[in-house]
Design a protein around this ligand. Structure first.
Ligand SMILES: Nc1ncnc2c1ncn2[C@@H]1O[C@H](COP(=O)(O)OP(=O)(O)OP(=O)(O)O)[C@@H](O)[C@H]1O
Length: 289
């Protein structure tokens, strides 16, 4: 109770002592706000987003612990945060380096502005996208065309998209088949599908270092398993050697599957935002009943 009183009296004091705000201060605040906005939108497209949300929770708990004098919690969190900040710079060193390089080339702000308009809402995988993927995968399996297709869900794959060539096209079976056609410029690497569009091709994915994966499987399957370990994406692989279809999700690989398996898997895999939207609609319906 006394803490609340302290806060209120401090608030009163700070309200009474508001310094004069000039035009320079307003410009200063606007620049900082804009920079924070850019950094947050940039982080949203990288794998650092989940970590950023985790940090936000830790900071919030630390502030609550500080305000309400929860000394032990505050001591643990304040120490963890100081070590954690150094750890963040070590773990995300490649992302920071890339951002600095982009600033150096003057790309960060311009690319941010260009792509802002194109940013789409997170959507569930549509029926036509599922059918196009199934058709293409079955065809490539029959003709033993090697393929690697990653379907993004809630964890953003911007880091991996940037390693490839941007496409941004509607998902059709013909386009997927064409991309993976031997001896064409786009056939190497992975295709990333997000928001029902083929966003990029020739993407380089992280390879798993799991020892459990069969020795007869090469880097295409290792890359599929690797991306499933660092994200919630669903990845489909067609083997060039045998034509067999496999799928990876949450760090596990399922081999020798058929098109119907992919259809069921993708139909049952709406992302969190789509689920939320569905729940809101459902609530609305209940209200009207
Ligand atoms: N890190 C990676 N990210 C994306 N694609 C990759 C990666 N590494 C390899 N590939 C793709 O996999 C192909 C090589 O496949 P490789 O023969 O080594 O794998 P595999 O698992 O045995 O598959 P297959 O049964 O089709 O031969 C490359 O040409 C490239 O297209």
């Amino acid at each position: 109770m006394s803490s609340l009183k302290d806060i209120l009296s401090q608030l009163k004091l700070s309200v009474m002592n508001i310094p004069h705000i000039g035009i320079v201060d307003i410009i200063d605040i606007l620049i900082v706000a804009y920079l924070i906005y850019i950094v947050i939108t940039w982080i949203k497209d990288t794998r650092a987003w989940a970590l950023f949300k985790g940090l936000f929770v830790v900071f919030s708990v630390a502030i609550i612990a500080y305000v309400f004098h929860l000394n032990t919690v505050w001591w643990i969190l304040s120490n963890a945060i100081s070590v954690g900040i150094i750890a963040v710079f070590v773990v995300f060193q490649p992302e920071f380096r890339r951002a600095l390089e982009q600033i150096g080339r003057g790309n960060l702000f311009t690319s941010f502005m260009i792509f802002e308009d194109q940013r789409e809402k997170d959507e569930a995988i549509s029926k036509s996208t599922i059918e196009a993927i199934v058709k293409a995968v079955e065809h490539m399996s029959e003709y033993k065309t090697g393929a690697l297709i990653v379907i993004e869900k809630d964890v953003k794959l911007g880091d991996y998209e940037r390693t490839g060539i941007m496409i941004d096209a509607i998902v059709t079976a013909q386009l997927l088949i064409n991309i993976f056609e031997h001896n064409t410029p786009l056939h190497d690497g992975a295709v990333i599908i997000k928001n029902n569009r083929i966003s990029a091709a020739t993407c380089y994915l992280p390879l798993t270092d799991s020892l459990e994966i069969s020795k007869e499987l090469g880097t295409r399957h290792r890359a599929a398993l690797g991306v499933s370990e660092v994200s919630d994406a669903i990845t489909i692989v067609v083997s060039e050697e045998t034509g067999t279809i496999s799928v990876t999700q949450s760090g596990s690989l399922t081999r020798n599957i058929k098109g119907e398996f992919i259809r069921t898997l993708l139909t049952d895999a709406p992302n969190k935002k789509a689920e939320k939207k569905k729940r809101v609609l459902w609530k609305g319906r209940n209200k009207h009943e």
